[in-house]
Write a protein that binds this ligand. Structure first.
Ligand code: B12
Length: 180
């Protein structure tokens, strides 16, 4: 997708068509793969979405499928999610943590302040905030807020599993002894 996002710079006319078409193909593929995972009944819950004003769909969709493939129940609120909707979803689903994907920032100062407030409100409920995405480095959470900032899905899974283990929501699965 990063490479496809460069095409419009070099080719007249069809670059944006290709980007929109590629986005839809990926959204369809990822959604179908997501339907293959059935999280365990008592799976720890994570909720998330893209930041307000951020219309990118795949970042948060990809986050949800990776979490589900690792045994979490992921509630994806999709693109352009208002901050207050994250809090409403927290009250409904009582998750272990909330993720926010950030691919596009309109005002870094305003979004940093909104996310700082979200982190503080979540902290009072014992829920962690995790942020990532191509524009996350523009966001400066307040120094005392307990926010996990990651770059890759591998980092997110390490954070999520560490949190779930520390709360006793999942158990460490020992590999069976080798028979050879
Ligand atoms: C497709 C695309 C679009 C499509 C989106 C279609 C759709 N339905 O989703 C459209 C055409 C609508 C679009 C619009 C715009 N876009 Co755009 N877009 C892209 C593009 C090409 C691919 C994004 C994508 O889907 N990637 C696939 C996903 C899976 O990857 P990802 O988002 O990087 O996510 C990975 C990691 O970041 C991380 N991650 C993501 N979320 C999280 C969360 C956590 C907690 C963690 C730990 C990790 C994590 O893990 C993911 C998997 O590896 C990128 C190019 C790029 N280099 O990223 C530009 C890009 C994101 N867009 C950009 C821009 C500027 C725009 C526009 C302003 C363009 C314009 N002038 O109109 C608008 C803004 C619209 C808005 N208000 O949001 C810039 C953003 C620059 C920035 N970072 O500030 C980029 C980077 C292009 C560029 N090089 O300039 N875009």
């Amino acid at each position: 997708m990063a490479a496809i996002g460069e095409i419009w710079k070099h080719r007249n006319g069809d670059g944006i068509f290709i980007e929109h078409r590629a986005s839809d193909i990926c959204i369809q593929a990822v959604s179908r793969i997501r339907a293959l995972f059935e999280p365990p009944a008592l799976a720890p819950i994570a909720i998330g979405g893209a930041a307000p004003g951020d219309l990118h769909v795949l970042s948060t969709l990809a986050t949800s499928i990776v979490l589900e493939s690792e045994g979490f129940r992921a509630v994806n609120l999709g693109p352009d999610t208002p901050i207050h909707s994250f809090m409403t979803a927290v009250q409904v689903h009582q998750p272990l943590f909330v993720w926010v994907s950030i691919s596009m920032v309109h005002s870094a100062r305003s979004l940093s302040s909104q996310l700082g407030k979200l982190a503080a409100d979540l902290q009072q409920l014992g829920v962690r905030l995790a942020m990532g995405g191509t524009a996350v480095d523009q966001i400066k959470p307040t120094a005392d807020s307990d926010v996990f900032v990651g770059t890759t899905m591998i980092e997110l899974i390490a954070f999520a599993k560490g949190l779930a283990l520390s709360r006793g929501d999942i158990e460490v699965v020992q590999n069976p002894p080798s028979t050879t």
